[in-house]
Design a protein around this ligand. Structure first.
Ligand SMILES: [Zn+2]
Ligand SMILES: [Zn+2]
Length: 353
């Protein structure tokens, strides 16, 4: 029997796209077994979740399986750098509009209004610092690599409270591209060209995969970006209204007016988009599901990783509430919560799939 060959490409926020290399229907057309010595990895039994995942609409539409758009699109990483440049440009426009154009002059003018301007500018800079901190943590933190020659050792431990393969009771999975075992919830990213632990999606905005070890940082980045865009929208609103009401304001240079207008509209648009995106991810976090697993969870009678919303939150944010708001984990949490390491995950004993 050949190995279970199931490879996914996941990209775009909340829109996983799976691109199985070979079709799964005909075993004779499967890729040849890897040359490295390893135990046999039989294909998933018919009707199993793994088999279903290989044929599900979310996990792999036929067209995507035969024609992988991302395999041909090695420039996706380059597109990511373009997106980063776009974010920097938006941040620069917002900074100019809020600090240089709208509130900086109020602060410098002194008087009663200066205290309010100082509060606005302080909040703006604190949230901006948090955004940058979270952003760089998402970009530079390894989302989770599979150790070389990883095997499903946890299965040998006999601990039924941990899921050590993609589905309890099924065959271990194997990645023919990495030529390595695949831990539960691990998926192969064709953009990064490697398997990623508890992969959520490949995010072109951060030029990195979002997985077990940087998902919390990604969520915090979204939340702080939302707070900042809402703040920008609110503090630019008086200037925006004033511009349409007061003719004297139109004496501002056309460049300033354009920047004010662009900053206000972009921040409003981003705030609304981020709100939807945060809502979607909060729903995933509280049910302990990744973007890739949404379809699998819908099929399950009770989702095996769902430990109750409080424990589900702790599986991503840790147990120390002080650390919930910063892109860090306590040493204790890293030691005590296996999900943060990404190789094994507690499951509910009464799960029905
Ligand atoms: Zn792989
Ligand atoms: Zn990736």
């Amino acid at each position: 029997m050949g190995p279970t060959v199931q490879q996914e490409t996941v990209t775009h926020h909340g829109a996983p796209v799976v691109s199985d290399a070979p079709p799964t229907g005909n075993s004779s057309k499967r890729a040849p077994p890897p040359t490295r010595s390893q135990p046999p990895f039989p294909p998933p039994p018919p009707g199993s979740l793994a088999a279903a995942a290989a044929t599900s609409p979310a996990a792999g539409m036929d067209c995507c399986r035969h024609v992988n758009p991302f395999r041909a699109c090695s420039g996706l990483r380059g597109l990511g750098y373009l997106m980063v440049a776009l974010v920097v440009a938006i941040a620069a426009v917002s900074y100019y509009a809020v600090v240089v154009y709208a509130w900086g002059p109020v602060l410098l003018a002194g008087g009663a209004a200066a205290a309010g301007a100082a509060a606005v500018l302080a909040a703006f800079h604190v949230v901006l610092a948090m955004i940058l901190w979270c952003y760089f943590m998402v970009v530079f933190t390894d989302p989770g690599s599979v150790p070389e020659n990883w095997r499903h050792d946890a299965e040998d431990s006999g601990d039924p409270s941990f899921s050590s393969s993609e589905e309890q009771g099924s065959a271990p999975r194997y990645c023919s591209r990495c030529q390595n075992g695949k831990p539960p919830r691990c998926h192969h990213c064709s953009v990064c060209n490697r398997c990623v632990l508890k992969m959520d999606h490949h995010c072109i905005w951060v030029v990195n995969c979002v997985g077990a070890r940087n998902y919390k940082y990604f969520l915090l980045f979204l939340v702080y970006a939302f707070v900042e865009t809402v703040l920008d929208t609110l503090v630019l609103l008086p200037n925006f209204i004033e511009f349409f009401q007061d003719d004297s304001k139109r004496s501002s240079s056309p460049g300033d007016i354009a920047i004010l207008f662009i900053a206000f509209v972009l921040n409003l648009a981003f705030a609304l988009s981020l709100l939807c995106f945060i809502g979607m991810h909060m729903s995933l976090v509280t049910s302990n599901t990744t973007s890739i697993e949404v379809y699998e969870r819908k099929k399950a009678v009770s989702w095996k990783y769902d430990l109750g919303w409080r424990r589900n939150l702790e599986q991503v944010f840790g147990t120390k509430k002080l650390f919930w708001f910063v892109p860090l984990y306590s040493t204790e949490d890293l030691h005590n919560i296996p999900a943060l390491r990404g190789l094994e995950f507690p499951t509910r004993p009464d799960a029905i799939v």
